[in-house]
Write a protein that binds this ligand. Structure first.
Ligand SMILES: [Zn+2]
Length: 262
């Protein structure tokens, strides 16, 4: 593929194993990024099917509906295998090829090990990290469908809240999703084959609790948690500390802001 045929470059690309993972993990942030004017894309590594109540066509239609509800212009299925997703060279090549095509500035990658849910989640974490490294490699263009090497400059983890590990993630941060929380719920609701009324009520409670907890710690009604693979750089201590709170602090006496646990 020549460079002139490449699609438009993405500011932010979110990647996870199954259609519905990203809606649950960071749908509020994706909708917010779109509103902020960033070019956003979603990669589903697999179709997410088979599942007990879904089908390929149904899940595809639900993913498209969720994409529309979040306002994300691009959603690609990388077509790796569901249920038996494994970190292996071929799967790394396939995802890295798409990184080389879409050249994202930031990759948001679902992360963590979920022993009570699909093992695809942890394998997807490993494939995503490896593909991010592979996409920059030279002298292997034939393994990447002839695409040009591209280095993804920034990787951001979006951890599964049910991650089994007690991880010491570097640089966790919370995005305020209060404004887009309803959009997020609507996008999750689009997956009716996965969440009937009863299951949706449970997942809605889980999402509201998790996002409420993360948001509360930073003074937001609802927030989504992210982490960097390294400490955050701080050219200016004051802007980093003040920027993380919803109120401008100088005229708020210490301990008397509206953040009881700040
Ligand atoms: Zn999943």
């Amino acid at each position: 593929m020549s460079d002139t045929n490449l699609p438009e470059r993405l500011d932010v690309l979110a990647v996870a194993p199954h259609p519905d993972d990203l809606e649950i993990l960071c749908g509020g942030t994706l909708a917010k990024l779109v509103k902020q004017g960033y070019k956003v894309g979603i990669f589903d590594m697999t179709s997410g099917e088979p599942t007990p109540r879904g089908s390929l066509d149904t899940r595809k239609a639900e993913a498209e509906e969720a994409r529309r509800l979040l306002g994300v212009p691009l959603r690609i299925n990388v077509e790796l295998p569901n249920r038996v997703l494994m970190d292996c060279p071929e799967n790394r090549f396939k995802l890295a090829t798409e990184f080389r095509r879409y050249r994202p500035g930031i990759v948001i990658l679902s992360a963590g090990r979920t022993p009570a849910a699909s093992p695809d989640h942890y394998q997807g974490h490993l494939i995503g990290e490896a593909a991010r490294f592979y996409s920059q490699l030279t002298k292997w263009d034939e393994r990447f469908d002839g695409t040009t090497p591209y280095r993804v400059p920034h990787l951001v983890y979006v951890p599964f809240p049910t991650d089994a590990e007690q991880r010491n993630w570097h640089s966790t941060f919370v995005v305020d999703i209060t404004e887009t929380f309803d959009q997020k719920l609507a996008a999750v609701r689009a997956y009716r084959s996965q969440f009937d009324d009863e299951r949706f009520e449970r997942v809605r409670h889980f999402i509201a609790s998790t996002n409420g907890y993360h948001g509360f710690k930073c003074g937001y009604k609802y927030g989504e948690l992210f982490a960097l693979p390294h400490p955050v750089g701080a050219p200016d201590l004051v802007s980093v500390v003040y920027g993380s709170k919803p109120t401008a602090p100088p005229d708020v006496p210490v301990g008397q802001g509206h953040i009881p646990m700040g």
